[in-house]
Design a protein around this ligand. Structure first.
Ligand code: AMP
Ligand code: ZN
Ligand code: FE
Ligand code: FE
Length: 283
């Protein structure tokens, strides 16, 4: 059986395994194909490629922070971008801007916490990100260190990062993001589109419009989807002729999900690999 996991994070963003460790863990988990999809960065690609074990194919990708401005307030969403050319100027500039904004936003969140007497600091949080894309899990790590919460999940409760100390990011317009990914030879897949546990979700009508704009697939099998939500995503993908993916969204110890907990069917992976022209699958 071919095991394909198309959504994994490393220390290049908010995962806890380095790209090399992630590759080894992928092989140990019995994966045949693994994608590295750090938030708003390709910073883990080279290390992952260099550490890729024999027999494990590597799909280089990223998870882009996007927003749909058709609702008020706008709805945040994630786009998985696969096999795009990392040097394509527009997309590369977008990624730089997103990462810079992540730093400013995290610093603001830290300031809000400090103003309420929470003893964490920006240098501490910045240090946890260790040169990678900064995310709220790094702030969660500081809250855990300060003894205020026990787990990352607890840090996302509404009294902490979930609402009280929430500061939005400057995300990409989702239509512009789909266009930019395609212009860079990549393939765009909507990550966990029905995950109501994460907040508001977009209407199916938007997904219809995104498909017309060049969206290639929908991630159906994901831990944040109920069985019903997975079935709904599959049905919509079927109606629109989009590929369906499944993936762990592995984050190391920042989450409990294991590598390969959800997987993508070979035909869907083959279609993604065949449609992309930015960079090849390695292996
Ligand atoms: P950010 O990208 O900085 O907004 O932070 C969001 C990241 O934190 C996502 O990649 C999630 O994987 C992670 N995250 C969101 N909610 C939770 C949660 N309740 N528990 C653990 N991690 C979460
Ligand atoms: Zn994450
Ligand atoms: Fe996501
Ligand atoms: Fe993710």
């Amino acid at each position: 059986m071919t095991r394909i996991d198309l959504h994994c994070h490393s220390t290049a963003s908010d995962g806890t395994l380095t790209p090399s460790e992630l590759m080894r863990a992928g092989a140990e988990a019995g994966l045949d194909v693994m994608a590295i999809t750090d938030h708003d960065t390709t910073g883990g690609w080279d290390e992952a490629a260099a550490a890729r074990p024999e027999g494990l194919k590597l799909v280089r990708g990223a998870e882009l922070s996007c927003r749909w401005f058709g609702a008020e307030p706008a709805i945040a969403l994630h786009l998985l971008a696969y096999l795009f050319d990392p040097h394509e100027p527009q997309l590369a500039a977008d990624l730089v801007r997103l990462r810079e904004d992540r730093e400013q936003r995290a610093e603001k969140i830290v300031e809000l916490l400090r103003a309420d007497g929470v003893d964490i600091s920006w240098p501490e949080v910045h240090g946890y990100a260790a040169g990678g894309s900064v995310g709220r899990p790094h702030i969660a790590q500081a809250l855990i260190r300060a003894g205020l919460v026990r787990t990352t999940n607890e840090a996302f409760a509404s009294r902490w990062l979930g609402a009280r100390y929430f500061v939005p990011k400057t995300d990409l317009d989702v239509f512009e993001a789909v266009r930019a990914v395609r212009a860079a030879g990549g393939v765009a897949v909507f990550a966990h589109p029905n995950a109501t546990v994460r907040g508001r979700i977009v209407p199916d009508k938007l997904i219809v419009d995104l498909a017309a704009a060049g969206l290639f697939g929908l991630e159906a099998d994901h831990e944040d989807h109920s069985p019903q939500q997975r079935a709904q995503v599959r049905a919509l993908a079927g109606d629109l002729g989009l590929v369906v993916t499944g993936s762990s969204d592995f984050h190391g110890t920042h989450k409990t999900v294991r590598l390969g907990a959800f997987t993508t069917e070979p035909w869907a992976y083959e279609k993604i690999a065949a449609a992309a022209t930015g960079v090849p699958v390695l292996g």
